[in-house]
Design a protein around this ligand. Structure first.
Ligand code: BGC
Length: 240
């Protein structure tokens, strides 16, 4: 890469979009991870079909001269920019060309990845097995090995206890239904289970409900700011 191209990469501004079960968030971020705009948040429209969400996004996507590329975190399986599942949005997302839609709407190169994957990109250090769990509407999970992302490991839907999945026991609906104390006890058990299963070097807990964590975390488990879900969007452009 020539120096000029490197400088070019350094000045790229990324519009980071996080599509969540309850909120749609956007922020423009510099290549070094500095916020270049306010973080904008609007409610996720319901029913959360591709049509409704795309219409809502059009209202919050800034003027295209303000950014050079776009990263999108999506709450489901994404392969080659096409969404495959969206358990907390709507079945109509199966087979939706989200990357193509964003590219056409903004005229900017676009990368779309699972939301927990984007968040993980924002926090991992690149050593050994690292896991990022997002505690929000759903239970997001991403796995990194020596900094390499293993795509679409949907661990949140793996059975955990009493025939219920991690998401059924630790998603936002479960927190509201079971209360903070039980939710914390189950989360502590889940962290221990993940440690025994993956032998991770580090586990990062993010997402809006990470602030509800009230037990003492093991030394290799850290709470991370939800804004990593947006900042990770810049890192997507640093890989291959
Ligand atoms: C989805 C994941 C997503 C998580 C958090 C789960 O229901 O299956 O893909 O990362 O929710 O949004």
């Amino acid at each position: 890469m020539t120096t000029r191209a490197k400088d070019g990469a350094r000045s790229q501004r990324t519009l980071c979009i996080d599509i969540g079960g309850t909120g749609l968030k956007t922020m423009i971020v510099s290549a070094s991870g500095k916020p270049l705009s306010e973080r904008v948040r609007i409610e996720t429209p319901r029913p959360a079909t591709p049509r409704a969400i795309c219409a809502a996004l059009l209202a919050v996507i800034p003027e295209r001269t303000r950014f050079d590329r776009v990263s999108v975190g999506f709450p489901g399986v994404v392969a080659d920019g096409v969404t495959r599942t969206a358990p907390n949005l709507h079945p109509a997302w199966k087979g939706f060309g989200l990357a193509t839609w964003v590219l056409r709407s903004t005229g900017r190169p676009t990368r779309v990845l699972n939301d927990a994957g984007v968040q993980g990109h924002g926090v991992v250090q690149g050593l050994g097995t690292e896991i990022c769990v997002t505690l929000g509407t759903g239970f997001g999970f991403s796995l990194f090995v020596n900094g390499h992302y293993v795509p679409n490991v949907e661990f949140g839907h793996h059975p955990f206890r009493k025939g219920m999945s991690y998401e059924e026991l630790l998603g936002d609906a479960a927190l509201k239904r079971r209360g903070k104390r039980k939710w914390n006890a189950t989360l502590a058990a889940a962290v221990a289970q993940l440690q025994d299963t993956f032998n991770f070097r580090a586990l990062y807990l993010g997402g809006g409900n990470a602030r509800k964590v009230e037990f003492k975390l093991p030394r290799n488990v850290k709470l991370v700011d939800n804004v990593a879900g947006l900042l990770g969007g810049v890192k997507l452009w640093e890989r291959d």
